[in-house]
Write a protein that binds this ligand. Structure first.
Ligand code: ISJ
Length: 361
């Protein structure tokens, strides 16, 4: 049999597109019905269900046979769910701005593009916007694989009742960029966020040792500043380069190639188990010898895997320490409950910041 012609193949694609479109709208109708059920069962209906979304995405990946790879198809379903959820309720998501930051990229990766994103100037502001109800959820960075923990976010939890309801990992690439006015041989300063400057330290030491490094509030802010300057460069990501129309001179100048930032989603609700969950905990201990040992022993006894431990001096008393701990499992799991009960006996204060689905994308 002869190979199909271009016209025939395109006809087949048109036919499939029509079916897909019909199916997508049927799916959307079901989501609208789900909204009615949620409203009928609860006056304060919560429409966004992270545990269900994680399960849908995991199923999509598990049953995928290609040729599209599992990540790609999951990203497409991410957008389909985002659009379906927007028919139930268009989510307002606050993030650490300005427009063009990695945090915005993380927010869109997690929620899809059918949400309204609200750019705020500081991590505290994101917490406040969600606490007041002006935004449904917030996205803030929490940890970077080269520079470690982002203290501001951890500190905000000490004063906030909000809960963690999700996590996002983002591969971070930094580029050196110039504006159309920049004169390459006259560059005397480089703008970027302090974390970014630190992540590109070796590259800068080697390639631009005499140029002054100036820390500003975000990478996007650094990019924005270039507009009116002829003797400066900035380090930021792709989105910022696009947004502020800058020219990328050197790509991927970060010192470690697997540079990843972890973000968390903050909200009001506790998330039911999804089957593959993580939890974050804040424990305040008296600063006695072996405090860390007493915090960690219950995890070993119950066979619960830790994924991160951070300690910070508590601001509420000179003689106490706060530990931020991430671990595998959900608050409803028996072994996690055993850990919490044991910690209650040891610690001055134990607060579960949230149990949430392990990132799928
Ligand atoms: C349809 C639902 O509501 C939302 C939309 C989802 C979807 O499109 O699959 C999944 C979870 C919720 O965020 C649901 O809860 O099942």
């Amino acid at each position: 049999m002869a190979e199909p012609t271009l016209e025939q193949l395109r006809e087949q694609i048109d036919g499939l597109d029509e079916q897909l479109q019909g199916l997508l709208n049927k799916r959307a109708e079901l989501a609208q019905k789900v909204a009615d059920v949620k409203i009928a069962t609860d006056g304060d209906a919560v429409f966004y269900r992270p545990e269900r979304e994680a399960q849908v995405l995991r199923q999509v990946k598990a049953r995928n046979t290609g040729p599209l790879d599992a990540e790609t198809i999951a990203r497409l379903f991410r957008e389909i769910m985002s659009a379906c959820l927007a028919l139930e309720q268009r989510l307002k998501v606050a993030f650490l701005g300005p427009e063009g930051t990695f945090t915005q990229q993380a927010a869109l990766k997690h929620f899809g593009h059918a949400v309204e994103t609200i750019s705020l100037a500081a991590i505290d502001d994101v917490f406040r916007e969600v606490a007041s109800g002006a935004a449904h959820y917030g996205v803030v960075p929490v940890e970077n694989s080269t520079e470690g923990v982002i203290n501001h976010t951890l500190d905000s939890f000490m004063e906030s009742p909000l809960k963690i309801c999700g996590e996002v990992d983002l591969r971070i690439h930094h580029h050196l960029m110039l504006s159309e006015h920049t004169q390459l041989d006259k560059i005397t300063r480089i703008y970027s966020h302090q974390q970014t400057l630190a992540q590109c330290r070796k590259w800068l030491d080697t390639n631009m040792p005499r140029v002054e490094r100036i820390a500003v509030s975000s990478n996007a802010q650094a990019a924005r500043r270039l507009k009116d300057e002829w003797n400066a460069a900035a380090i930021a990501g792709d989105i910022a380069a696009d947004l502020y129309d800058l020219k990328i001179l050197h790509r991927n100048i970060e010192d470690t190639p697997d540079n990843t930032t972890r973000f968390i989603i903050i909200g009001h609700e506790e998330v039911p188990p999804s089957g593959e969950d993580k939890s974050s905990l804040l424990v305040r201990m008296k600063n006695r010898p072996g405090a860390l040992y007493h915090v960690l022993k219950p995890f070993k006894d119950a066979g619960v895997d830790l994924t991160r431990v951070e300690s910070r001096p508590s601001r509420s008393g000179n003689w106490s320490y706060v530990f931020f701990i991430d671990f595998e499992g959900h608050r409803d799991d028996e072994n996690v409950q055993a850990v919490l009960a044991a910690l209650e006996r040891e610690a001055l204060d134990v607060r579960l910041l949230g149990s949430y689905p392990r990132a799928v994308l």
